[in-house]
Design a protein around this ligand. Structure first.
Ligand code: ZN
Length: 205
């Protein structure tokens, strides 16, 4: 965009031609008429793929799912087995041991400290989610852009490694986090008053 030039992009669904409405902070748009999902990329609307993960609950909350790798004193931690060892986890990675560990960063409206806590709690459960196979489900607004998730990701990983940081005072100085390309998913929750629950994962926000 040239300096001083403001481009106004009408939010018109490219699938069904209905006008879409969005909150000012929203970064991903869903057409209420047909359920398709869009985002602004280089000034025009592009389709955004979103995967609805399986589980109990009616409220689809959006998360950025991102695989990661840690660089630290002991070298590179790039698979689930090594990461679980770093977390001093008693769980076994089973056949997923060679896969990269994954973070789920809340993309819906949530204060940052709560977002970090939720991401950390999902991370240390080492849950394997499966795709519900459902399409075009309505989901809560996405307010966190892909470009803004790195600081939350770093804090979520660091809070999962409290024990390691206590054991090893030099850990932080050598720590760096590398993130793969994130993708957008939803995890089903239930709403009760102002609280949100995911009972299978024992999560509460
Ligand atoms: Zn539409």
């Amino acid at each position: 965009m040239a300096d001083g030039v403001v481009t106004v992009v009408p939010l018109i669904c490219s699938r069904c031609s209905q006008r879409m409405t969005a909150l000012r902070e929203q970064v991903v748009y869903q057409c209420r008429a047909c359920g398709s999902v869009w985002e602004l990329r280089r000034g025009s609307l592009s389709a955004r793929i979103i995967t609805h993960l399986a589980g109990s609950g009616q409220l689809c909350l959006p998360f950025w799912r991102v695989a990661f790798m840690i660089q630290c004193q002991s070298g590179t931690v790039g698979d689930l087995e090594a990461f679980m060892a770093l977390c001093a986890s008693l769980k076994q990675p089973e056949e997923r041991g060679a896969q990269p560990p994954e973070l789920y960063i809340p993309a819906f409206e949530l204060p940052p400290h709560q977002a970090v806590k939720l991401a950390r709690n999902i991370l240390i459960r080492f849950q394997r989610f499966s795709d519900s196979g459902k399409k075009d489900l309505p989901f809560e607004p996405v307010l966190l852009s892909e470009g803004d998730l790195a600081p939350l990701a770093e804090l979520a990983v660091l809070t999962a490694l409290v024990e390691e940081r206590r054991r090893n005072p030099g850990f932080l100085a050598s720590f760096s986090l590398r993130l793969a390309e994130p993708c957008l998913v939803t995890i089903p929750f239930e709403r009760e008053g102002k609280r949100l629950f995911q009972r299978e994962l024992n999560l509460e926000v």
